[in-house]
Write a new protein. Structure first.
Length: 94
């Protein structure tokens, strides 16, 4: 069975991977930092319109990585590599 990545988990991974601070994302998206924090920590859902603004506020490579994570099949058995804005998947050994 394929594992799907939760939107929150994918967003948290993107923010970590690209070293994006929540306050910077709040400023760029116009969404309150507290609301972003509650969404990221699974305390509250986010309206679709606000979620779209949040993702649109990510830098292009980070946004592409986010969608890759959401759509990738079985992310536990693959390693993602970014090269020049393109993503490739390689099976992890072991």
């Amino acid at each position: 069975m394929n594992k799907t990545v939760d939107f929150r988990d994918a967003l948290n991974e993107v923010l970590r991977q690209y070293d994006i601070k929540a306050n910077d994302l709040a400023a760029r998206s116009g969404i309150d930092e507290v609301q972003i924090s509650k969404f990221r920590n699974k305390h509250k859902n986010m309206q679709t319109q606000n979620f779209e603004r949040l993702i649109a506020a990510l830098p292009q490579n980070a946004r592409m990585y986010f969608w890759y994570l959401v759509m990738a099949e079985n992310t536990n058995s693959h390693q993602v590599a970014e090269e020049g804005g393109n993503y490739s998947v390689a099976s992890k050994s072991g």
